[in-house]
Unconditional design. Structure first.
Length: 303
């Protein structure tokens, strides 16, 4: 391998060195980018999820303050409970409509609750852990991370769900205080015993982890593509510089040396710069002059 490298011309050697440097740079930068861009992609997805959670919070507040007061009297007379009066129901319905747009089709929303009225909202074991973390740490306002499901790994953003309105306790304090239609529809076993300001669940936005991974991969490929582009431009510029500023002059000096070696002293190499090529050219010209003087002396002595 060393012998092959020695037999290569100067341009090929330089290109091989540049290629080796580039491969090391790409390898190191690829590892760093996978970490940096992975975190950045998670932040981008998390920011989008937080916007969705805030939007669902606004929907809940609107339902609680404006829809519920209008429909509340009917809860005592209707045979079926009106879910439109429930902030969580409104938030979920709005989110399902939002998921019809391609941008949000891979996002999912759940108000995971420890003791819900509708068992559809029952927290599973993983979600229960999240809720307990919020209950045990009052200063904890948000959790993000990954969880594994049979369908694959998902990325989630969770915020606590607390009883912030007195009106919520009408349906969740005791079965006796609950509207009759609620008892007829859901029974009296679930969704009671809540306390004001108590954390009863978590609002969770989730999306397949592939969304985060693919976003990071797209950014990584973009950055590596830019690096490759700059590398190719740098190689082109260096090769042009090498060709016109070094190789061409070395070839001219080599040709002059061959002429001198055959006794032709007429040629002369001119190089105006004071760089290394200029120093070498001046040395070659002095050597030619010295050789000419030595040959003249030998010729004069032989006569």
């Amino acid at each position: 391998m060393n012998k092959v490298f020695k037999n290569l011309n100067l341009g090929a050697k330089l290109n091989l060195i540049l290629l080796a440097i580039f491969l090391v740079v790409v390898l190191v930068s690829g590892l760093l980018l996978s970490i940096i861009l992975g975190n950045y992609a998670k932040k981008v997805v998390a920011d989008e999820a937080i916007v969705l959670i805030e939007t669902m919070g606004a929907v809940r507040e609107y339902t609680s303050n404006q829809v519920n007061p209008e429909l509340a009297p009917r809860l005592e007379t209707e045979e079926q409970f009106l879910p439109q009066t429930v902030p969580g129901y409104s938030a979920r319905e709005v989110f399902e409509n939002l998921r019809k747009t391609p941008q949000y089709s891979n996002f999912f929303y759940k108000e995971a609750t420890l003791n819900p009225t509708n068992l559809r909202d029952k927290a599973d074991a993983f979600e229960t852990t999240i809720v307990e973390n919020f209950r045990n740490q009052s200063n904890l306002k948000e959790l993000t991370g990954f969880r594994y499901l049979p369908s694959g790994r998902i990325f989630y953003v969770a915020r606590p769900l607390a009883v912030s309105e007195e009106s919520c306790l009408r349906c969740h304090s005791t079965p006796e205080a609950a509207p009759k239609s609620q008892i007829l529809t859901y029974g009296s076993d679930n969704g009671f015993g809540w306390q004001l300001n108590e954390v009863v669940g978590a609002r969770i936005i989730s999306t397949p982890a592939s969304e985060v991974i693919n976003a990071a991969r797209r950014l990584q490929l973009l950055v590596i593509g830019i690096l490759i582009g700059f590398f190719l431009i740098a190689v082109l510029i260096i090769n042009l510089f090498l060709k016109f500023s070094v190789v061409r002059h070395l070839k001219e000096m080599a040709q002059l040396s061959r002429q001198v070696s055959t006794g032709n002293m007429e040629g002369e190499f001119k190089h105006d710069s004071n760089d290394e090529i200029g120093v070498l050219a001046a040395s070659l010209n002095r050597m030619k002059v010295s050789l000419q003087m030595a040959m003249d002396m030998l010729n004069s002595e032989s006569k």
